[in-house]
Design a protein around this ligand. Sequence first.
Ligand SMILES: C[S@@+](CC[C@H](N)C(=O)[O-])C[C@H]1O[C@@H](n2cnc3c(N)ncnc32)[C@H](O)[C@@H]1O
Length: 206
Amino acid sequence: MRGRAKLHTDEAAVEYVPKSLTSALEFDKVFSRLAPLEIDLGCGDGAFLAALAQENPTHNFLGIERLLGRVRSVCRKVARLDLKNARALQMESDFTVTHLLAPGSVTTFHLLFPDPWPKQRHHRRRAFTPEFLSSIHRALIAGGLFHVATDHADYFHQIERVIAATDIFVISREQYHFPPTSFEQKYVARGLSVHRLLLRKVSPVR
Ligand SMILES: C[S@@+](CC[C@H](N)C(=O)[O-])C[C@H]1O[C@@H](n2cnc3c(N)ncnc32)[C@H](O)[C@@H]1O
């Protein structure tokens, strides 16, 4: 029952608990410094977040995850690596992006292996919708990136359709190296394909 075990003080300090749920997060206070901010939505156990934070010490990293046990896993990883540029927030992703992020405050969002909700009647629960994309666009800096990956072909086609219908993002062809997430490692070990897109925010021409 490691996930329910109490955290040590240094581990617990990794979790950010906002004082208000009605005003935007102040990232100079969250990280005690201002730096380009990357947010991992549904960060799971934080393997990706911690690896990326270790590789990029000049950026700040916030993992958002709704499950307490997984937030605790993130806290343990970040504390073990003594990373000062990564924190975890136990919160619902859509609520955070829509209500807790100031416009133009995020350099990069990652949405990696979001729950696919494979049954047709559950598709409306999928995170990636035109409204969500619009909230992501608002929170990103000019030219900011939205990194999306899934093993689920049907979900990926839905994502492609949403992108094809919008003029607020373009697909970036730049090559980036990203560490694998925990779910990615499991899927790749099973021989599943990974579908990945890197989107760049653009201003629509009206
Ligand atoms: C399939 S797992 C992928 C985890 C991680 N990104 C990875 O690739 O290893 C999806 C994660 O998103 C979290 N999640 C799902 N819906 C969420 C939401 N609305 N807000 C925050 N986290 C959410 C789940 O609890 C889970 O940890």
